[in-house]
Design a protein around this ligand. Sequence first.
Ligand code: PMV
Length: 324
Amino acid sequence: MKKHITASAPGKLMLFGEHAVVYERPCIVTAVDQRMRATVEILDAPDFLLEAPDVKVTGYKKSMKDLGVGDIPKGAKFVEIAIKNFSEKYGLETGVKVTTKSEFSSQFGFGSSSASTVCVLKALAELSGKKLSNKQLFALAYKTVLDIQGKGSGFDVAAAVYGGTLYYVIGGKKLQPLEIDSLPLIVGYSGVKADTVTLINTVKQTSNKYPRVIEGIYTEIEKIVDLAKKSLTKKDWQSVGELMNINQGYLASLGVSTRKLADMIYSARDADAYGAKLSGAGGGDCIIVLAPDAKKLAVEEAIAQASGKVIQVKTNAEGVRIEK
Ligand code: PMV
């Protein structure tokens, strides 16, 4: 039996349908080429050790029988609960040491928690000789996210497992890869860290007060997602951009856009982008912009002018894999 295995999984960007996806509407997510890596090592002692310096966890140690017990530092939660869930479902006789390394900042909202959950589970499964299908891997990783967050559609878990660009419905009820080889996408980071669960709860409160209005918005977003799916596969970037702008209008109506995000979005549009919107829960994190190649530099400058930071990513990245 091998003593250690490294797996990696991609980060993600939501293209269309955030928030509405929590309420059974579809969304479109793409995997990005910045990856999270986890090396899992078998230990002789029945201990769990974690080194996750990117999220300020070093020298973390506890007994395997105490997994999930007591106060767990934020940066250790997903890995620890993933191992606990794996052990409960498939059995794990040994101790493990996990070392994670990220190619992107956990501040960007690229889904570092889900990606690390997925690569830890993948490496653990390989190490212990359990060949998990992507479906089984998704189910266990999604359960881990729900155990910790209580809420979430699992779109980020799906991107980490399957990669590519996916048309997705909560819980993986629909999971359809879209054939897109390129996407002229520009990403701008707002410098503000968003808290997904807080934003989901804020939207829920608005929806409790105005249920018909908010349900109506979700239904409109669903229509946008379905049109965007067609436009994306036809590479009709003009329409994709317009649909991004419309989607952004509804996200603003849900109350999750901010002045900073709006500044960046309007700057990018003024520089002749096809369209721009926030990506993910809102409140901060990133905007995504679709722009003609000839306008790329101007758009990047416009984002910087609005105090955003351009992050270079490629979309449609490969899903989880074992690293040699
Ligand atoms: O904040 P992010 O990037 O994790 O995106 C959240 C997207 C939501 O639709 C608001 C929540 C979800 O789990 O789908």
